[in-house]
Design a protein around this ligand. Sequence first.
Ligand code: UD1
Length: 365
Amino acid sequence: MLKVINVVGARPNFMKVAPVVEAMRRREREFTPLVVHTGQHYDPAMSDAFFHDLDLPQADVYLGVGSASHAAQTAAVMELFEPVVVKEKPDWVLVVGDVNSTLACALVCVKMSVKVAHVEAGLRSHDRRMPEEINRLLTDQIGDLLFTPSEDANENLLAEGIAQERIRFVGNIMIDSIVKHLPRARESTIWKDLGLADQQYAMLTLHRPSNVDDGNTFSGILEALEAISKRLPIIFPVHPRTRKTIEQLGFSDRIEKANGLRVIDPLGYIDFLGLCSKARLVLTDSGGIQEETTVLGIPCVTLRETTERPVTVEMGTNKVVGTDQGKITIAAFAALDGSKAQQHSVPPLWDGHTADRILDALSQF
Ligand code: UD1
């Protein structure tokens, strides 16, 4: 019997941990799962809604770290997580993704000689200005087992000198959540409630510091959005950090005046997936949404210079265009003018069975 602490911290972690915990509960003779929530994200819309939508059991331990600078937040997670590991004596700690909580908890484990597994290992944007890239690089250096979602991730790890024995290609865990919840998401009435018609709107998410903290960059993106929103409505569920910078940069009036750009509160998992599944186009700077649109077959325009998920470009529906106003508009119009059924395929092992492959590997280690 393996006792496993599953760490969640921020919004993109919940849909990765939920299928793992569910599989551990199903395989109760082999696993005792605990869930530790660091509290990096704490707003109900950024956290509680996901526990509910994903059938994720209440966290066994809530650290309540909240928002702070990177150093203070990472340090707070470490200080509060260490006594949990001392008390629970887990056989494994499982961390996912690339947020500050991921690295902080991995670092605690390695210093205590507690085995740590990293789900979604090996992704690289090769841009070290991104805080997530540092979190990914360091977590993979110290993790005992590295679960990769795609073959490029295996290659990245090997190129960094990581031994093959530590790497397990298990596929994309987020797809387990999509496979389970898509039927329910398609039933969501959120698109009707917002007065939208199937395939007649775009969706937008924006929260990267490099996009929303700099006035010039954000202004350029807004210009592109103003042009695109003349052709179809753009639904914009706003991340709390983006809401703050919109106010600080004085963009509220401008966004209000762009009639087609509709700002709404952050959505839960089911409503977001439901709304995405009926969109004509998605514009985003998120990582996970590049993957979700690939599986859904929805054209995605990524407002970043790089992606750590190149498979979504090579096989999926993703176009990485950067933040230049002209390039965003051209890519969006091309997607709108093209045929809906853009050629795409789903990468290997993005099949809804990744959680069981992870559990098998933990058992066999
Ligand atoms: C974090 C992750 C990022 C991920 C994103 C998804 C890191 C370094 N970044 O970025 O990789 O893509 O989550 O959302 O871990 N805030 C609230 N309420 C909340 C959470 C945040 O108001 O529940 C506001 C606070 O002002 C906070 C700011 O958002 O200072 C940033 O939050 P933080 O967790 O530091 O980073 P994110 O931008 O959310």
